[in-house]
Design a protein around this ligand. Structure first.
Ligand SMILES: C[S@@+](CC[C@H](N)C(=O)[O-])C[C@H]1O[C@@H](n2cnc3c(N)ncnc32)[C@H](O)[C@@H]1O
Length: 230
């Protein structure tokens, strides 16, 4: 075994350990200490997992956003270390505000110099600390997951988006997330029925990120949901 492969395998094992710990606690909001510990290695580990969600998000927004990308202001909710802003910058967006509940993830994001503002906020324990109706695009990528942030946060995402703006959300598939995903989809639909937004597109992607159980080369799918605020 050459040293590059050996080092990849050690990395993969580290990621598997991090993620099994992530799933070991089951109280919403309890994941933040884990992300504080993970922050320095998060991006390195996600390369090993071939985490593609931010690219899928950028792609779906790129296909449907019709405004001026350079002028648009994007709110990145649960921004983590800033992978979404990094990817959206590549497609022409320039103004980002980030929110996350992990101070250490925000410190890594800060170093990227991509965000005009970064705010610490434990979602659903406190309201999203921005003005209502003020963002052209609102993104929440990777945090609509069982035991992370409750489904009702999507109402706040709609609240802070400008009328006519886009809200993009993601949810990975998998047995452990099936119930959460179903309740998320019920809430998205309910909000459309209430006239808060309309569905632009829902895109299922086969390759969301690698599975941490089973063969290292298998992927789990995920979905990206794009809504237009009314
Ligand atoms: C899988 S990461 C996704 C980060 C980034 N959006 C990405 O796609 O790389 C999940 C993020 O959600 C944040 N998070 C989890 N629970 C949260 C909560 N209750 N309030 C605020 N942020 C939370 C974590 O700190 C972490 O940065």
């Amino acid at each position: 075994m050459n040293s590059e492969i050996a080092s990849d395998q050690r990395q993969f094992e580290t990621v598997v350990k991090m993620l099994s710990e992530a799933h070991a606690t089951s109280v919403v909001g309890d994941k933040l200490p884990l992300y504080n510990t993970w922050a320095e290695n998060y991006e390195k580990d996600l390369v090993v997992l071939d985490y593609r969600a931010p690219s899928h998000v950028a792609d779906i927004i790129s296909s449907h956003f019709t405004g001026d990308r350079e002028a648009a202001v994007v709110l990145d909710v649960a921004c983590g270390t800033g992978l979404v802003a990094k990817t959206m910058k590549q497609i022409g967006f320039k103004h980002f505000v980030g929110i996350d509940g992990s101070q250490c993830m925000l410190e890594v994001a800060e170093k990227k110099g991509l965000y005009e503002e970064l705010k610490l906020c434990v979602l659903l324990k406190e309201p999203i600390p921005v003005q209502k109706g003020s963002f052209d695009v609102v993104v929440m990528c990777g945090a609509l997951v069982v035991d992370h942030v409750g489904v009702s946060v999507v109402r706040e995402l709609a609240d802070v988006c400008k009328p006519g703006g886009l809200v993009c959300m993601t949810c990975r598939h998998g047995q452990d997330n099936m119930e959460y995903k179903a309740s998320l989809e019920r809430e998205l639909k309910q909000m459309a029925e209430e006239g808060l937004w309309s569905c632009v597109v829902v895109r299922e992607e086969e390759k969301w990120s690698k599975l941490v159980t089973g063969a290292g080369d298998s992927y789990r799918p995920g979905s990206a949901y794009l809504y237009k605020k009314l």
